[in-house]
Write a protein that binds this ligand. Sequence first.
Ligand SMILES: Nc1ncnc2c1ncn2[C@@H]1O[C@H](COP(=O)(O)OP(=O)(O)OP(=O)(O)O)[C@@H](O)[C@H]1O
Ligand SMILES: [Mg+2]
Length: 292
Amino acid sequence: MTRVIAVANQKGGVGKTTTAINMAAYLSDSRKKVLLVDLDPQANASSGLGLERIEGASIYEALVGESPARDKIKRTALDRLDIIPSEVDLCGAEIDVARLDRHLFRFREALAPIVAEGVYDYILVDCPPSLGILTMNALAAADTLFIPIQCEYYALEGLSIISHLLRQIRESGTNPNLAIEGILMTMFDSRTNLSQQVVTEVKSHFGELVYENVIPRSVRLSESPSYGQPIILYDDHCPGAKAYRQAAREWIRREKQKAAAAKAATQPEASIEAAPVPTPADTPSAAPASLS
Ligand SMILES: Nc1ncnc2c1ncn2[C@@H]1O[C@H](COP(=O)(O)OP(=O)(O)OP(=O)(O)O)[C@@H](O)[C@H]1O
Ligand SMILES: [Mg+2]
């Protein structure tokens, strides 16, 4: 089953793209098949994975119904990681898509055939830093939201906006089942008390949703996009790389735990169904006719 995960936070520069690229890379390294969709006209995820801007290569045409999204998929340097890149035409999508029918559901409908094929384990969507049409389309299409939060003073203000938005998206019926995949603390600076205070504060609000693995501030992480490489290729042994590798493992572990919990929740019903049908001798006289 393909799951769609929006990497989103309306705040700029909090590590969305760095997280989208590197989680996608390490999930693919854990034998998961991943499609990264760059939904940001800035195209940072595309250049960070070494893709050149090619006119007409973005998902724009699929959003306006001119071409299937599948035709826009490109390979990356990593075996199990593909991408639908962005380019500047996506700027126009904010206005052009807003004019169309079902304008909030254009991305969901464009992805539907790819989701139905089930080739990918995950479709990760790198969202722009805004609450415009593109981000709203991502939230309408996603099963879950993965939220990177920078360890800085204003982090909590940003979070209350996301929480409010999430409630609205659910309650308006745009995406009633949208859930939070997880919250990842980024750019942690162990030399400051502030970083630790922010992590503690975010955990006090969001508890278990906050990932145990925290991404440290790392020069190598900030350098790697200029070489068009995810950190797994640029410097797989630096602290930032290790943190993203661990975070990807935590993602998979949490997913397994959720699946096990969901299975356990259905277990009692399963055991009732599997229980032997009583023979007439066992059946009290008041038993329903269907059992006798
Ligand atoms: N852990 C980190 N350590 C050091 N630098 C980082 C780290 N994570 C991200 N950066 C740098 O911080 C800047 C912002 O990161 P990034 O582009 O991932 O954020 P973003 O939320 O996608 O930004 P935008 O809102 O503009 O899309 C980039 O220059 C990036 O290289
Ligand atoms: Mg970005």
